[in-house]
Ligand binder design. Structure first.
Ligand SMILES: *Cc1c(COP(=O)(O)O)cnc(C)c1O
Length: 358
């Protein structure tokens, strides 16, 4: 058994040894000056990655926690959810579980919404929050976000975006795009261990949250805002992951460069798509195909369970289709600190196992 399998799954991803080691730094109390320094520096670095001046909150939750927070703090009248895969469906279900009024717009899986798809509904004035999954990890569809912000702003609708599997691998300019809530986490494109999730919230969101009822306690933005003023969190934060992420972002900015990181993700995506077209077929419509993970149709009816165990023997963790797509598609992630050489080697290994296309 390989204990150090290369994880070709879309999260959690492999963490580079120097980044992982940061998790083992001596612990500090979260009300100490040392902690405040770490918190402040990390938040400033995250703002650069997110291209935002908005508040950035940190919590010891997985990203789904901040998805629920967005619902609880932003939806007063009614939520509108774009659903084009399993994670966007989850967000809709979170709204219902929080007892919110919510509608969904179903977009075919493998495709993405365009601003025109939400315009008529939002112009009706019924809604006060729109939820979009930027990078649908289940279908590998990445939604171009331009144009949604304007429609939302005009209608006093808060734009909430899940960028869990794209932020730090793809350039997402939160302020320019008018994103009110941005949700992300450490274990995908950031290349850090799971356990810390990050969210950026606009002033409009804070104004809404202030008067919102039934927010519960743990995810009340007002609690985070109060503690943000002291570079702190309402309850104990995941300090090991924060050390690791702070180091990782410092290194990305100094060594690779953010723009180069985005470029590397795009190049690996292009390589993977070309490989997929040669050997199988692409599942996702090309205009909205993801830069961080590629979904490939199993049009040769290969037994993906067998492929998975053959790859496992060679030291790779393989990613089958998610949920209903299991067996029908498989996914090749190319995110975080994955290199083009790693990726080529993995795809060649698959080719060797399944043979050339008949
Ligand atoms: C992974 C993922 C999530 C869930 O993240 P957790 O950290 O497991 O809660 C949500 N949305 C998308 C698009 C994801 O890829």
């Amino acid at each position: 058994m390989f204990l150090d399998k290369k994880l070709f799954i879309p999260g959690p991803v492999d963490v580079l040894p120097d980044v992982a080691t940061q998790c083992a730094l001596p612990m500090v109390g979260h009300r100490s000056k040392d902690y405040a320094e770490l918190h402040g520096q990390l938040v400033e670095r995250l703002k650069k990655v997110m291209h935002t001046q908005n508040k950035v909150f940190l919590s010891a939750t997985s990203s789904t926690g901040w998805m629920e927070a967005a619902v609880r703090n932003c939806v007063g009248k009614k939520a509108l959810h774009v659903v084009n895969g399993a994670f966007s469906k989850r967000w809709y279900e979170i709204s219902l579980a929080c007892d919110k009024k919510a509608d969904k717009i179903d977009i075919p899986w493998g495709s993405a919404a365009k601003p025109a798809d939400v315009k008529v509904k939002l112009d009706s004035g019924e809604y006060d929050a729109l939820f979009i999954t930027h990078n649908e990890t289940s279908t590998c569809a990445m939604t171009p976000l331009d144009g949604f912000g304007e429609i939302c702003k005009k209608n006093n609708v808060l734009l909430c975006v899940d960028a869990v599997s794209s932020m730090c691998g793809v350039k997402i300019e939160v302020d320019r795009l008018g994103i009110d809530v941005l949700v992300t986490g450490t274990q995908k494109c950031f290349g850090v261990a799971p356990g810390l999730a990050m969210t950026a919230v606009s002033q409009a969101v804070l104004d809404r949250s202030k008067i919102m009822k039934d927010k519960g306690f743990y995810f009340d933005y007002m609690q985070y805002l109060k503690h943000d003023a002291k570079n702190n969190t309402p309850s104990t934060p995941p300090i090991p992951q924060m050390n690791s992420l702070n180091y990782q972002l410092g290194k990305i900015m100094k060594v690779e460069g953010l723009e180069n990181r985005f470029k590397r993700h795009r190049e690996m995506a292009e390589y993977t798509r070309a490989w997929a077209k040669k050997n199988f077929a692409l599942y996702t419509e090309e205009w909205c195909s993801s830069d961080t993970v590629t979904c490939i149709v199993n049009n040769r009816n290969i037994d993906l369970g067998t492929l998975s165990s053959r790859l496992s023997d060679k030291g790779y963790a393989f990613s089958n289709g998610y949920g209903d797509l299991k067996g029908k598609v498989f996914r090749v992630p190319h995110m975080a600190d994955r290199t083009m050489d790693d990726l080529k080697e993995y795809l060649e290994t698959i080719e060797k196992i399944v043979g050339p296309r008949p």
